[in-house]
Design a binder for this molecule. Sequence first.
Ligand code: OOB
Length: 551
Amino acid sequence: MTNATAASRLTLSQSWPAALEQRYKAAGYWRGETFPAFLRERALCLQHKEAVVAGNTRLSYADLDREASRIGAGLLAMGLTPGDRVVVQFGNVAEFIPVVCGLFYAGLIPVYALPAHRIAEVTHFARKAEASAYIAGRHYGGFDYATLATELCRAVPELQVVMAGEDAGHGFTSLSALQGNPDSLPEQFDPQSVAFLQLSGGSTGLSKLIPRTHDDYIYSFRASNTLCGIDEHSVYMVALPAAHNFPMSSPGWLGALHAGARVVLSDSAEPGTAFALIEQEKVTCVGLVPPLALLWADAASHSRYDLSSLEVMQVGGAKLLPEAARRLQGALPCTLQQVFGMAEGLVNYTRLDDSDELILNTQGRPISPDDEVRIVDDEGRPVADGEVGHLQVQGPYTIRGYHNDEAANARSFTEDGFYCTGDIVRRTPQGYLVVQGRANDHINRAGEKISAEEIEDHLLSHPQVFDAAVVSIPDDYLGERSCAFVIARGEPPRVVALKKWVREQGLAAFKVPDQIVFAEHFDTTAVGKISRRELRAQLRQRYLEQTEEQD
Ligand code: OOB
């Protein structure tokens, strides 16, 4: 019998204090359940019930269990050992869920890259996680991940590569060829060990890695199931990227599998594709970001598809304005649920039976009675109830520290272990949160988070760029778009050339600035040396004033 725990324990600084651990266990949040245990148990009880539908593939709970065992054992046979980190990068395709479950079965730790990530980001994840392997689907969204894998192996030579899809080639192992002895799979898992590493939105520089344990994560989606009405009759559709925390666990496809429900993966969130699937599979619940939800609402009014199975439409990832929420309610025949969450933990929901007043105007309240929410001023002092301030939180599914990143931990956690979310919120008398904005400089582009600093760094590496500042600009469709103010060194480069430069740094396309504005100089002289944050705020303000004057 092997044991998968030792290599994936949280470090002391990342684990919950003993008193909290006891409290969370006593309250029944942490039940000692693990991913392999619950998945195997569902397979045993539900057998031939459909678990996952993607394209032409339909996997029952028993199929999923069999595939996960084959993949997990195959990976161990390749020489990986429990506790090793494995970067996975898939679109919403049939292989994704069996691969992730296979990693769980083998005690290997998935690191979830999004399909949009490119070489610079994936290299960073592999290095930061000290990963041993990279598993991806060969083609998705017109991109060839085998080319990315080849480059990745040059940067991180110790990586082994497993490729799904026709003909792995390049000396990579093919996912379909993986074989191993199922008896080699570990039988015991520590419920408080790290189950996977999720990515942070990356508000300062590159994404950080977020260690989530079996106990904490399973609690978050088990409790979400109750709040989102998910049970064994539900059909949950994944329209956003399946590796993102929202469609994974709020309640997401993991919540759906835990409930014994059916998961439908849609490889496009575009209404034409998604509506056809809703009708065909009788989807009951879906999670969307605000711009997509509004697109769906418009399309629904003249759609020939039957959407009447839809019971709950969740909207989150970025702020849903009250007026937009009202439009959604009018257009779709289902309950609207606002979701305000973060990969680091805390998730807030409006409740399905809440009044319209709350559903339209707030981002919900925390999942757990033991989510301790604190709203503080710039000096860290609690603000009066109803006042706006910085949101800090600790609780049974909020991390205590990032993976392997002491500098970020010093910045993002208080001395008493609360996570500083970077969100500016106010709390209503009923305990609901209303998001007012962000304290730090990131752009929330339709739910995709972009760090101003990361993009400025890439712009500065261009030989014709002297200085650059990236800011968010309100956008009717995306919520926010990115605008880069650039001071050229000599002759300014062409806007298209500069955008191409950023793309060629190997970054996700959503990080390429939507707009580039050249400036003669940044007005820093009047105030002396000013911080980049002040500079960004000043540039943004001036830009908004100028565009207002023109309107
Ligand atoms: C979700 O997770 P992340 O990690 O991509 O981003 C978290 C950040 C939050 O700190 C907040 O700034 C923003 O995204 N956010 C919202 C929001 N939901 C997330 N801002 C305003 N209104 C909302 N409803 O985005 C995420 C994770 C789990 C569930 C849902 C979203």
